[in-house]
Design a protein around this ligand. Structure first.
Ligand SMILES: [Zn+2]
Length: 88
């Protein structure tokens, strides 16, 4: 049975092969996924990969790029969206 602190589901299990040929179970911290573009699914630049509790204490300007659709669409999709809007 692992130690009580390792029984948390907020840790992920990693199976590591040790030099003796044995497989030992390591516990690693989970990492949040990168933010994705709402249109094409590409990972967004300038958006930190952090948990919500850390994002809450962050300044708004540090959480997304300061441009239209910043933190929602990637720059290429943002450009296309603006072109589409102005041509109607
Ligand atoms: Zn995109």
């Amino acid at each position: 049975m692992p130690a009580p602190r390792l029984r948390s589901r907020s840790l992920r299990k990693v199976f590591r092969k040790v030099p003796g040929g044995r497989v030992s179970l390591h516990h690693k911290k989970k990492r949040p996924k990168t933010a994705k573009c709402g249109n094409c699914g590409a990972s967004l630049k300038g958006v930190p990969r952090a948990f919500p509790f850390r994002m809450r204490s962050m300044a708004k300007t540090k959480k997304r790029p300061e441009r239209p659709y910043g933190g929602v669409l990637c720059s290429r999709c943002m450009r296309q969206a603006i072109i589409d809007k102005t041509r109607q």
